[in-house]
Design a protein around this ligand. Structure first.
Ligand SMILES: Cc1cc2nc3c(=O)[nH]c(=O)nc-3n(C[C@H](O)[C@H](O)[C@H](O)COP(=O)(O)OP(=O)(O)OC[C@H]3O[C@@H](n4cnc5c(N)ncnc54)[C@H](O)[C@@H]3O)c2cc1C
Length: 457
């Protein structure tokens, strides 16, 4: 046990990110009231305090080794105005809980990431994006007001119009400006809980990217899965799925009576006992081949459920165990449109390792928002899940980091577990602006995390 953990003894809880690499111990509390949360902040020790949601950040963003961690699960109120679609939501509410409450009333969350198992606090702190960034921007762009407990234990309301920009320092601020306790959000009106989806298969990367460039703006949601194992003339082949919310009249007569129903089921779980994991070079290659072949060359107007379209992995509990005890990481970067060749370079470099990925997702981002640490910027973003223990992976990713930074791109802090700190100011040119705002809000760095210490945030 390291010195920093010694004070915690065995009382500390071992916490890791979704990738299950680099776990550390912290003292986890679940405050029941606003007063007890304030006291927790004021009484936190020299390692500080951090909010944690559902731990879906892949790396160490929601860990605070040797310090305090606040689980805001009890901040779980949802108050919806059914006429305006404005919801006041506790920071510990998950998107799954929120959807179950608001969807039957005809409201949808305007930005949803690839899992519903994230909290409102986590979604704001990472300023998450969905398949509709090119149309609707990030999660933070739909927040009307948020409540934050600061380093002095005092509750403050922040709005996007706030002249000190504390709202935008908090959106994407990775929990380092304070503890978000609730937020008001404008929801999106829908008449069904289904999507109308078009699917196309692209034979190589150029084909895929040109389809996305020419057609994405015709759809609210767009995402491409890439077969990163295929090489030669098939390099970058993929399956593009794009869609919009289905209208009532697009459902079959039989389905119209239950048009707004939402009750997705979790089918099974993967135990944490598989020595080498289920996902290795061979199983991933076989999966990718099958997945590509199974997709239709072209299919229009298929009606899909929200779960199938947005959150396919949520159907399997603890699917992260499939990578075995060494865990996995997600490498996600964005580069400006004009540096699109980096997508091909990344796929080629990872094939060379070889570092196979069964989850490789390509999207096009639209405009950035005013938050200095928000990840999305206009350009192409590629996200790949990769087993962590692959020899040579670290060197390859480090080379890619340099190329991404040189091209004016960046990697996503909510996914990161390994970036070199010297690259951060290049990737986030407004880092010093965010740091001076944070120093004003929290001069003694009461709010801290393993990610913040590792990257010298
Ligand atoms: C399968 C999967 C798919 C994903 N898909 C996407 C995607 O499509 N787009 C995307 O953008 N992200 C995606 N993510 C990443 C995920 O959305 C973010 O990491 C999100 O922040 C996780 O939320 P959480 O509640 O689990 O927060 P945690 O992982 O627990 O914490 C993440 C960060 O938020 C901070 N935080 C949490 N709660 C609060 C609070 N109340 N106040 C202040 N700070 C807080 C933490 O301190 C930490 O820095 C995906 C993750 C997984 C596992």
């Amino acid at each position: 046990m390291s010195d920093s953990l010694a004070g915690l003894g065995t009382d500390g809880t071992l916490l890791s990110g979704w990738g299950r690499t680099a776990p550390t111990r912290a003292r986890v509390s679940t405050p029941m009231s606003s007063d007890s949360l304030s006291n927790l902040v004021l009484e936190s020790g020299h390692r500080g305090i951090l909010a944690r949601g559902l731990g879906r950040a892949y790396g160490d963003a929601a860990q605070n080794s040797g310090g305090d961690v606040a689980d805001l699960a009890r901040f779980d109120r949802i108050d919806l105005d059914p006429d305006t679609g404005i919801a006041k939501i506790g920071a510990g509410v998950s998107l799954d809980q929120l959807l179950r409450k608001v969807l039957p009333l005809g409201w949808f969350i305007p930005v949803t990431p690839g899992t519903r198992q994230v909290t409102i606090g986590g979604a704001i702190a990472a300023d998450v994006h969905g398949k509709n960034h090119h149309i609707d921007g990030t999660f933070g762009a739909h927040i009307l007001e948020l409540e934050l407990v600061g380093a002095d234990g005092v509750y403050r309301k922040l709005t996007p119009q706030d002249p000190a920009a504390d709202f935008w320092l908090t959106v994407g601020g990775m929990g380092l400006t304070g503890l978000i306790t609730q937020a008001s959000m404008q929801l999106l009106p829908v008449t069904t809980s289904s999507l109308r989806v078009d699917t196309e298969r692209a034979t190589d990367l150029d084909d895929l990217m040109s389809r996305m460039t020419s057609g994405d703006d015709d759809y609210r949601y767009s995402v491409a899965w890439i077969d990163c194992v295929a090489g030669g003339r098939s390099l970058g082949r993929g399956v593009l799925t794009r869609g919009d919310h289905a209208k009532l009249e697009e459902l079959s007569m039989a389905d119209r009576a239950t048009a707004l129903e939402f009750d997705p089921k979790v089918r099974l779980g993967i135990p944490n006992v598989i020595p080498g994991g289920l996902l290795n070079r061979y199983s991933i290659s076989a999966f990718n081949e099958l997945w590509y072949r199974k997709a239709p060359k072209s299919r229009a107007g298929e009606i899909q459920s929200i779960g199938t379209f947005f959150h396919p992995l949520d159907g399997v509990r603890n699917w992260n165990n499939a990578y075995g005890p060494s865990g996995f990481l997600q490498y996600q970067f964005v580069v400006p449109m004009e540096a699109s060749d980096l997508i091909r370079i990344a796929i080629e470099r990872l094939r060379k390792v070889p570092a196979p990925s069964f989850l490789a997702v390509l999207k096009r981002f639209g405009a950035a928002n005013p938050a200095p640490l928000s990840f999305p910027q206009p350009g192409w973003t590629l996200a790949l899940d990769i087993p962590a223990a692959i020899p040579g992976l670290s060197v390859a990713l480090s080379e890619l980091d340099d190329l991404v930074a040189a091209a004016g791109g960046r990697i996503y802090l909510a996914k990161d577990s390994r970036l070199r700190p010297d690259l951060l100011p290049l990737m986030y040119p407004r880092l010093t602006e965010w740091q001076s705002g944070r120093a004003r809000l929290d001069p003694t760095r009461r709010f801290n995390s393993d990610l913040a210490r590792r990257l010298l945030l």
